[in-house]
Design a protein around this ligand. Structure first.
Ligand SMILES: [Zn+2]
Length: 419
């Protein structure tokens, strides 16, 4: 593989394209600082629109076709057990040469976990190479890596043989519930997938990922005065407390399956028997078939709970990301990317994680993908989020080389393994 990649460099256009990325290093850092200053928490539609304008302007030189998909409302359960529908943003699709023989899907997200009222809104230099700021790694920085890889790739003649498509979602951080059907659909039209979540700070990429689901359990009882009519009441908080224990006890019911009851709410005052309680919880699972066992256990628990007179127990939510299990084709793609790294002097390794991303969705749709091709960084989802800025040009060159290798047929074994 390494030996054959040398053929990419014989006419000089590939070296020139990679040098073009080096020349853009300062521009990438300037841009991520500007983008980080635009709050785009998943629920902030104004901020997401602001990011959309900035991203479309930056991607304009690629000359791609652009299509928008308005996502359906996002459902969440409030503390009264009422389902609230929140307006969603829209997914941006940019594509070029959709009829080419070799096709690659590149995905990313414009949203962050930081709401407008969060204190973390600006960038700070921690040292010459470390920039702290919302979304600098996850994944405004990653979008810039993707963009500059594509710009360099388009400057080479090889680009003419590849169709590429970019999907930028506004809802990844809330589980990609709205964009999941789009990701699944577009994954079916591509041979390989590249996603721009951050690599670990030392450059390690992620291989296997667990699956994940978010749920809300709702218990309705009966309100009563805690002194005058205590026995007429049905205490939803007490009932929920027992159910929380049952949910937690499902941890380990299948190998590496974990259940995390996380947000419990209920009751109004100490002298009122509470008639409502809610519990938001998350499940992580290693094997897709464990989902059926888990769902059946939930139904069993709810069924028994509903047998007690005066209570009504219901459930909202589900598994939104299946586990990312590594197919043969996926392993071949990981190996090919490792070989591209060797060309650039990068030692690329992979680790498994319990975390999820769009890579789960793409893998579930049968698309071999590597999903941590963004910047090197860390402490994501916290006010300590950082990017190591020397990784901008480093990772953009890696992706550009992957695209060139793909165009030149060096990844055809991935496509063959997939078929
Ligand atoms: Zn992310």
């Amino acid at each position: 593989m390494t030996k054959s990649l040398n053929s990419l460099f014989t006419d000089g256009s590939c070296q020139k394209a990679l040098a073009q990325i080096d020349a853009k290093q300062a521009e990438m850092v300037e841009t991520v600082i500007a983008w980080s200053g635009v709050n785009s928490g998943s629920g902030n539609l104004t901020g997401l629109t602001g990011m959309e304008v900035l991203v479309l302007k930056a991607f304009k030189p690629l000359g791609a076709e652009v299509v928008f998909h308005q996502l359906p409302p996002f459902e969440r359960v409030d503390e009264n057990g009422t389902i609230i529908k929140q307006k969603s943003g829209r997914t941006i699709r940019l594509f070029k040469r959709p009829d080419a023989n070799r096709r690659v899907l590149l995905t990313g997200h414009t949203d962050t976990v930081f709401a407008p009222e969060h204190s973390f809104q600006t960038t700070t230099w921690l040292d010459d190479n470390t920039l702290n700021g919302p979304g600098v790694a996850d994944m405004k920085g990653g979008i810039l890596v993707m963009l500059h890889a594509l710009l360099a790739f388009e400057a080479t003649p090889l680009a003419q043989s590849v169709g590429w498509e970019v999907i930028l979602s506004p809802d990844e951080e809330t589980g990609s519930v709205g964009s999941a059907p789009i990701l699944a659909d577009r994954a079916k039209s591509a041979d390989i997938g590249l996603t721009y979540e951050p690599a670990l700070a030392d450059g390690t990429l992620v291989g296997e990922r667990k699956g994940s689901g978010n749920y809300t359990l709702i218990v309705r009882g009966k309100a009563a005065h805690a002194g005058r009519e205590f026995h007429a009441g049905r205490n939803a908080v007490v009932k929920m407390s027992a159910l929380v224990g049952e949910l937690a006890a499902l941890t380990g019911g299948r190998p590496e399956l974990t259940v995390n009851p996380a947000v419990v709410q209920g009751g109004v005052a100490p002298n009122v028997v509470p008639d409502i309680a809610t519990c938001r919880f998350n499940v992580r699972l290693k094997e897709a078939e464990h989902a059926q066992w888990f769902e059946a256990e939930l139904q069993r628990i709810i069924g028994v709970a509903n047998e007690e007179e005066g209570y009504e127990v219901s459930l909202h939510g589900g598994i939104n990301r299946p586990p990312k299990v590594l197919s043969d084709a996926n392993i071949k793609l990981m190996d090919a990317i490792r070989a591209c790294g060797v060309e650039l002097g990068l030692d690329i390794n992979y680790v498994a994680t319990g975390g999820c991303c769009e890579g789960n969705n793409l893998a579930a749709a049968g698309l071999p993908n590597v999903d941590t091709l963004g910047v090197r960084g860390g402490m994501i989802h916290s006010a300590d989020e950082f990017v190591l800025v020397d990784s901008f040009s480093e990772r953009a060159k890696l992706s550009a080389l992957i695209l060139m290798a793909f165009a030149a047929g060096h990844l055809d074994s991935v496509i063959e393994a997939k078929a």
